[in-house]
Design a protein around this ligand. Structure first.
Ligand SMILES: Nc1ncnc2c1ncn2[C@@H]1O[C@H](COP(=O)(O)OP(=O)(O)O)[C@@H](O)[C@H]1O
Ligand code: SF4
Ligand SMILES: [Mg+2]
Length: 332
């Protein structure tokens, strides 16, 4: 099914599928498991966080939404963007999807823009690929640059990436990612490389741009405090699995998984590194090196014999869902 077919189907039925739906995604390379049953949903206009230490599988999950898998990877489960089946899509349909329905922003804006091309060309190419006439595309680019707070937007169109600071260039990338009015925006650590003040400005801008357009956003970060503060809902990942799903506010006040609690207690300088997190022993595990049963059990202060036989299933706990056998013992 092409993207056009899908749009027609939408019009006919009058339904609007979720911006992003990942269901039971399992992924491995050459027999090495990397993701196990990852389920993530992003509604229209919703901001959803995906958090966990480095190596937990956040980027693999976000990239799956665009049909971007590592070489040799085998994926099972389901991935849909605005109802389009990503796992079944051929090359042309995937190209179409990335041009019209799903955009991604990475940590380093300089890696996203070809350094020898002018910002104006970068911003208009997606629009022109959709058949928007050059003049109209240029006008839209100008408007977008103004909206993302670039001074002298007309002059900026003619400039090259190296003439912008990292923060300003990330604003340009945000403008480009939203220029095609995608259904879903995948933001993978979009502000990690920026200084704290610029980080706050870029996040505020990103949220405003996304909200006013009704774009669903999956915000990937190792910073749980940040995710809890800006996201409607947050998924917490550990060793290639989702271990908790909660409203941003609930995560702060009542973490239900021992790992979530440990992340909240960890100092920001330690988070994101493959080192010990405060109040918890050991380092993060990949899925391949994790113990059987609950992958967190060799680091968990509440671990018992009942955590070993099988992987705990996600179950409701208050307003959250958690993959732990005794969430009631996890108080903040
Ligand atoms: N191309 C790849 N080939 C083999 N292993 C990979 C590849 N990409 C990621 N991995 C492994 O998958 C796990 C999750 O990686 P990733 O999704 O990048 O983590 P995160 O974004 O949470 O830091 C890590 O153990 C990483 O080493
Ligand atoms: S299932 Fe057991 S080991 Fe895993 S997080 Fe819960 S208490 Fe800890
Ligand atoms: Mg990553």
């Amino acid at each position: 099914m092409t993207v056009q077919d899908e749009t027609a189907l939408e019009k006919e039925s009058g339904t609007r599928p979720d911006a992003l739906g990942i269901g039971g995604l399992t992924l491995g390379i050459g027999g090495v498991p990397l993701l196990d049953g990852v389920t993530v949903r992003v509604g229209r206009g919703e901001t959803v966080g995906l958090v966990g230490e480095s190596g937990s599988g956040k980027s693999l999950t976000a990239r799956a939404a665009l049909g971007m898998f590592p070489r040799g990877a085998r994926a099972t489960g389901s991935v849909t963007v605005a109802g389009v089946d990503v796992l079944a899509a051929g090359r042309a349909a995937l190209r179409d999807l990335r041009r019209t329905r799903a955009s991604m922003i990475f940590q380093d804006p300089r890696a996203a823009i070809n350094p020898v091309r002018r910002v104006g060309d970068y911003l208009t190419e997606g629009l022109r690929a959709r058949g928007v006439p050059s003049r109209e595309a240029a006008a839209t680019a100008l408007e977008l640059l103004d909206q993302v707070g670039i001074r002298d937007p007309r002059g900026a169109l003619r400039r090259h990436p190296h003439e912008f600071s990292g923060g300003m260039l990330q604003r340009v990338v945000i403008a480009g990612a939203l220029s095609t009015e995608p259904d879903v925006l995948l933001a993978d650590e979009p502000t990690t490389a920026l200084d704290v003040t610029t980080q706050a400005e870029v996040i505020a801008l990103l949220k405003e741009m996304q909200r006013t357009r009704g774009t669903g956003m999956l915000f990937v970060t190792h910073d749980l405090d940040l995710a809890a503060a800006i996201c409607d809902r947050v998924y917490v990942m550990y060793a290639g699995r989702i271990v908790e799903e909660a409203a941003g506010t609930a995560l702060f006040s009542a973490p239900a998984h021992p790992y979530t609690k440990a992340l909240l207690e960890a100092s920001p300088s330690v988070r994101g590194e493959r080192t010990e997190i405060k109040a918890i022993k050991g380092r993060p595990r990949s899925l391949a090196e994790a113990p059987s049963g609950c992958a967190f059990r060799d680091r968990c202060p509440l671990a018992g014999e009942d955590c070993a036989p099988s992987v705990p299933a996600m179950r409701a706990h208050g307003t959250s869902a958690v993959a732990c056998v005794r969430p009631e013992e996890v108080a903040r």
